[in-house]
Design a protein around this ligand. Structure first.
Ligand code: GUN
Ligand code: ZN
Length: 465
């Protein structure tokens, strides 16, 4: 038996790079998405051309849009209540004055349960079907996050935030060198593919998550390199921050280079964390590694990330909030690195990936001179969906509506958000179909807000609180 969802469908078909997204953009104004009982897409296209099935169950969503679920490749679960926290400074002051104290509150198990529940509610509201989630230092909070995510049926990759050094406000988040590894290894054993028992079918995956280089020692980096070497083959992920804030002298990047005496920030994650960028351990880079931000990379860093299959979680909302600058879009994608979208909640004050894509459009159009680029609406959709699945090394499973993929999708009802309904109904559209298609998708992505996300599906199953 199959289930057919009728609506206006947009997705980026096939497996293009960002440069091919425009040609790969599929639009079916009278579309059908047909899903089998296992939640696998068996057809996406014009509704009249769908395969006949006497037993099909039809959900006619009328004028609603069906798009792939959003993929958020960088979001902090312990910062659910810290969105818009006023820190009176850039990254390092904000961490110190707002974030470390806020994250310390998760030491209380009851608070941890509450924040895990609220975080999951926010994810469903924002249509974030898959997410790389920066975790809490506390094991019980991570248990609450994984358990709640499993209960509702979303996809999750997460790991406890690892910190072995820090100032007074970070004390509650620190562990010994030994515990940093033992607690992370225990979390992997407990939660990696815990839902199905197989990494290839699981919705839940574990990650090794050093907060950033300034939160760990060379001993920690060496030990995590060993741990990753042991678990890499099990499909475990690595997630951290890279080259985010470049305030001269006292900003994050200068501090990393000064403390580790390395040539480049990336070296600290690439096993070359000893003075002079000498090799001190094993690399954390690879196709299941996602670096948040990567705003201020050298050419050599971009080349190395491309060569290792390491991806970037691009978080322009957060970069504006913390004064971190703008990742050079053209230079970064031309280097061949997969660039996906991240909210970076709570430095990002938006939960919705389309709001991240909206800010990406604005900041990259505002880049100076030849760097200025008007990102195409298909590239925006690609970045928020298929590129996210690729960054999470699960492109073969979700990210678009190709037959054989797991059906993660959103039902968007414009009438639930009047400003969106108005721009879709009244906006000027070109006579030629292709330009009208692009204009419609742009309006949809720019005008979308949470109330219009009416239904969320993962692997064909409706996700509700
Ligand atoms: N670098 C280290 N920790 C954080 C964090 O919590 N948020 C951001 N934006 N950058 C970080
Ligand atoms: Zn972050």
């Amino acid at each position: 038996m199959s289930t057919t969802h009728l609506g206006q469908i947009f997705h980026v078909a096939g497996s293009p790079t960002v440069f091919g997204a425009d040609d790969a953009l599929a639009w079916f104004p009278d579309g059908a998405l047909v899903v089998d009982d296992a939640g696998t897409v068996i057809y996406c296209g014009p509704r009249d051309a769908r395969p006949a099935d006497d037993a099909e169950v039809v959900h006619d969503h009328g004028a609603a849009f069906l798009i792939p679920g959003f993929v958020d490749t960088h979001i902090h679960f312990p910062q659910t209540y810290s969105v818009d926290a006023y820190g009176g400074g850039q990254l390092l002051e904000w961490l110190d004055s707002c974030i470390f104290p806020a994250e310390s509150r998760l030491a209380d198990p009851a608070f941890a349960e509450q924040i895990a529940s609220d975080f999951t509610v926010r994810r469903i509201a924002a249509g974030t079907t898959a997410a790389m989630v920066f975790g809490s230092a506390f094991g019980h909070a991570q248990d609450a996050l994984f358990a709640e995510t499993r209960r509702v049926g979303l996809r999750l990759i997460s790991g406890r935030g690892i910190q072995t050094v820090g100032g007074p406000s970070a004390q509650a988040l620190l562990t010994s060198e030994r515990d940093a590894v033992d607690l992370t290894a225990a979390e992997i054993d407990r939660w990696h593919a815990a839902d199905t028992g197989s990494v290839d079918t699981a919705l839940l995956h574990a990650a090794i998550v050093p907060r950033f280089s300034l939160s760990v020692t060379t001993d920690t980096l060496a030990a995590l390199g060993e741990l990753y070497d042991d678990v890499r083959d099990r499909g475990v992920y690595v997630h951290t921050h890279l080259n985010e804030n470049n305030r001269p002298g006292t900003g994050e990047i200068d501090m990393v280079k000064r403390s580790f005496e390395v040539d480049s920030y990336l070296d600290t994650y690439d096993g070359k964390f000893l003075p002079g960028s000498r090799i001190g351990g094993k690399s954390l880079l690879g196709p299941r590694t996602v670096m948040a931000h990567a705003v201020h990379c050298t050419d050599a860093e971009l080349t190395r990330m491309a060569a290792t299959g390491t991806s970037i979680a691009h978080c322009p909302v957060s970069q504006l909030f913390l004064g971190s600058g703008t990742m050079p879009w053209r230079r970064t994608v031309e280097a061949g690195v997969t660039v996906a979208a991240g909210t970076d909640v709570g430095a990002g004050d938006e939960w919705l990936i389309s709001r991240v894509l909206s800010d990406a459009f604005k900041v990259h159009l505002s880049e100076p001179g030849d760097a200025s680029v008007a990102i195409h609406p298909a590239e925006m959709l690609f970045t928020g969906t298929l590129a996210g699945a690729r960054a999470l090394d699960m492109e073969s499973r979700f990210g678009n509506f190709d037959a054989g993929k797991e059906a993660d999708f959103l039902v968007i009802r414009p009438e639930r958000w009047a400003p969106l309904e108005a721009i879709l109904a009244q906006g000027v559209r070109a006579d030629d179909d292709r330009t009208a298609r692009d204009q419609t998708l742009f309006a949809l992505l720019m005008g979308l807000r949470e109330p219009a996300i009416a239904e969320v599906y993962v692997r064909g199953a409706r996700v509700t609180v």
